[in-house]
Design a protein. Sequence first.
Length: 500
Amino acid sequence: MLPHTTGVLPSHGTLPSVDFAAHADSTLVDGAARLIPIVQGEALELPVSALTRDGLLEALEAVGAKGSHGEIVKVALEGVLYIAVGLGEDTSATSVRRAMGAAARALKGVDRVVVSGEFGVGAIVEGLLLGGYTYSGLKSEDSGDGEADGQTDERPSAPQITVIGRDDERAEFEAAATTGHAVALARDLVNTPSNLLYPEVYASYAEKIATNAGLTVDILDETQLREQGFGGITAVGQGSAHPPRLVHLTWAPENASAETSIALVGKGITFDSGGVSLKPANGMEQMVMDMGGSAAVLATSCAVAALDIPVHLEAWMPMAENMPSGSAQRPGDVITHYGGITSEIINTDAEGRLVLADAIARACEDSPSHLIETSTLTGAQMVALGKRTFGVMGSDELRDRIAENGRELDEPGWAMPLLEEHEEEISSKVADVKNANSDRFGGMEFAATYLSRFIGEDTEWAHVDIASPAWNSGAPHGFTPGRATGVPVRTLVETIRGLV
Ligand code: BES
Ligand code: MN
Ligand code: ZN
């Protein structure tokens, strides 16, 4: 299992501890509260597990339990607390994960819980870990009372939850706990404010976390980036007092598949003010999340190592802070990327693609069979696909596979096209390409066309734009908390599994 980030990051969320017990051991957890999924139908249905008892159904009905999806009803019988969670009529993994997420948020004040794995050990564990994650930031001990944005402001006590299953379900439990913790890692990084997470310290946290997970880590600093020609990362970073970094992770197990080699690239803008093309003040605080792609790449890489997936993986995290200052880049500048392609800067707020271009060009030098890049890249993604669905563009097969995996895992994704007109519109009079178009039409697709220019010839690629799903500015729902969501970590892990 992946360790929690306690002790590494300056701020982090809390989440339940989970363990597994085979049927025979279930007496060990007597005295704990029992989490009971119930199915809605003509009559309420309880699972057949040993955790239920005679009279429980009647007791639940007596207090009005319907079993509708996400409904939580608590009853105490002979000193045992039963927490019933409605699944509705749908017992699919998606329904179970969401209901367990809601249940995890209802466990405040409960220390010890047992749940039967009957409706799917993996979905139950993921739902509990993902939904039970709470980030309270850096509030001082006795600040305020009550709740804001559905997040409690006291340090929540996280319960210990035992999942009871068959012996042959232990591996499924371990895998789900690993991806659950990987998602929490990505959320912790994205939730951490930008004054505490800027490129130098982000790189050193990434180094510690990845080394602990068994990956090899190499970090390029601003001098090495300049000397080696990473002109995009250097240009974006030059306006900030915090210099940029490029973090490179390697997972190369001896049993790695011979045909498949994967490169991951993630946008690591630790704060995006827009630069000289300054963003409006309203909502700018949300730009703490502009490193969500790189956080997902780090968390995915750690999960791949923890799951011991036999694949050669190289991950690249370009990190920079996009700030306006006397040393910042300007609209009209022409920069040279790693590998020699030049960009005319039209808008300094289209900075993500500039750092990604360098990292993609470097990643493709090693001729990976597949390259997956993910980034909070465009506001146009949010306009096109709404608040929860990522957009994915690139090689047909890989693109469609990622969109389908995302939908299957309830991190919904949708395939979007590369547009013919952008092939011409991207040209510049003074450089090979320009970093922004003169109109707003197809802004998400234009960014993908820009990135496509840096992909190597024999590499299948996909660009996953997570501008909206990486961050939930609303109330928690299902297994999704407020703020950082950890999307698309589970989709990336599953996609990599499927490529081997
Ligand atoms: N980080 C932003 C995209 C973004 C916006 C992510 C809102 C999450 C929420 C990105 O760097 C950006 O500013 N993109 C510009 C590009 C434009 C100037 C071509 C945009 O989408 O407005
Ligand atoms: Mn920007
Ligand atoms: Zn950005």
